[in-house]
Design a protein around this ligand. Structure first.
Ligand SMILES: Cc1cc2nc3c(=O)[nH]c(=O)nc-3n(C[C@H](O)[C@H](O)[C@H](O)COP(=O)(O)O)c2cc1C
Length: 335
């Protein structure tokens, strides 16, 4: 069913999927599609544009996620992103935070389908890279399948070819963003149905996907899966996900090799003034579920924040992990 060259992606996550996190995830999974944190049009237009757009070439394939609701501003920012070399421009229509709502974008845009369609149209006119949307299955009382389908039909009319759907609705009042990622129930069947009703639309499913069997199951119904928290808290899941698409016996990095691959990056970043902890905070769960996981995490937590901390901290943390754990390049699918 998949029309994607590689149908697994890692979700945009504020404060989590920064460039250091993405570089680390890329060392694990060469082909998974990565998304930036949401970057608002206001920040790109008025803020530290160069820093906001900066990334390492190794991060490709890389999508930028924009937050905004003014078609011309979004078009301008999409063009900036394309010029910076991003492979895809994604519009956030799923975030329910108060800050985002006060800017009238994010999930509350699901109440303004015509505006979202105008945004997509304007962005598509400004760039040649794919323009995509990430949305929920509904917000507040506007949560029927008919309303979702109407929303999606408008986007198709505007030329949208690829939609990412977090398969739960959002409540715009009363729940924190975190609660809005857990409390509204997951309704995968709504997203499966979208794929049936809009077969030309590339549909990526997001929400609560946490293991390889689930990835394989969803990919029988939709074109792609997007992993958020599970990929962050157990990054080796991406390696296991990749195994679904690789020839058996394809060469694979061990965890120790992943750490080694990070060292030149760490050195280059430290020279530019990045602190070690800004990078290692994303690597704490590399050994999740394996012997040595606690010793690794603890050593990094206790040492990476020091002013003088350098790449040796990573080497010393690795030395606390049993050699066979570091060398293991596979994991059981159940693990
Ligand atoms: C810390 C955190 C930050 C997030 N930030 C964003 C964001 O910037 N843009 C966005 O579209 N979704 C954001 N999300 C939502 C995720 O992209 C994803 O839709 C959600 O976590 C559900 O997927 P999961 O169950 O696989 O985690 C965030 C989620 C988390 C946990």
């Amino acid at each position: 069913m998949s029309v994607n060259r590689f149908p697994v992606s890692v979700a945009p996550m504020m404060d989590w999927t920064d460039r250091h996190c993405r570089y680390f995830l890329r060392q694990l999974a060469p082909r998974v599609r990565l998304y930036t944190e949401m970057i608002t049009t206001a920040a790109l237009i008025h803020g530290a544009r160069e820093r906001l757009l900066a990334y390492d070439r190794q991060e490709h394939p890389l999508a930028i996620q924009l937050g905004g609701s003014e078609p011309q501003e979004l078009a301008f920012c999409a063009a900036l992103a394309q010029a910076a070399g991003y492979d895809e421009v994604n519009l956030n229509v799923g975030c329910p935070s108060d800050r985002v709502q006060s800017g009238r974008f994010g999930a509350c845009l699901m109440l303004e389908p015509a505006r979202v369609a105008d945004c997509v149209r304007a962005m598509r006119e400004a760039v040649t890279v794919p323009v995509t949307v990430k949305c929920r299955i509904g917000v507040d009382q506007r949560d029927s399948y008919a309303e979702l389908a109407e929303f999606v039909a408008g986007l198709l009319d505007a030329g949208l070819r690829h939609l990412v759907v977090h398969a739960r609705k959002a409540w715009l009042q009363g729940l924190s963003p975190r609660q809005n990622r857990d409390i509204p129930p997951l309704r995968y069947e709504q997203v499966y149905r979208l794929k049936l009703d809009f077969p030309t639309l590339e549909v990526t499913l997001n929400g609560g996907i946490a293991d390889v069997p689930a990835i394989a199951r969803h990919l029988r119904q939709v074109d792609g899966v997007m992993l958020g928290r599970a990929a962050y808290h157990d990054p080796w899941l991406l390696v296991a996900a990749q195994s679904l698409f690789e020839a058996p016996g394809a060469p694979r990095r061990s965890r120790a090799q992943v750490v080694a691959a990070m060292l030149p990056y760490v050195e280059a970043q430290l020279q530019r003034g990045t602190r070690l902890q800004q990078i290692t905070r994303h690597m704490l769960d590399l050994f999740q579920g394996l012997p040595g996981a606690r010793a690794w995490r603890r050593y990094l937590s206790e040492n990476a924040h020091r002013d003088t901390a350098g790449p040796e901290v990573l080497r010393q943390a690795l030395a606390r992990v049993p050699a066979e754990t570091g060398a293991a390049a596979t994991r059981t699918l159940a693990g």
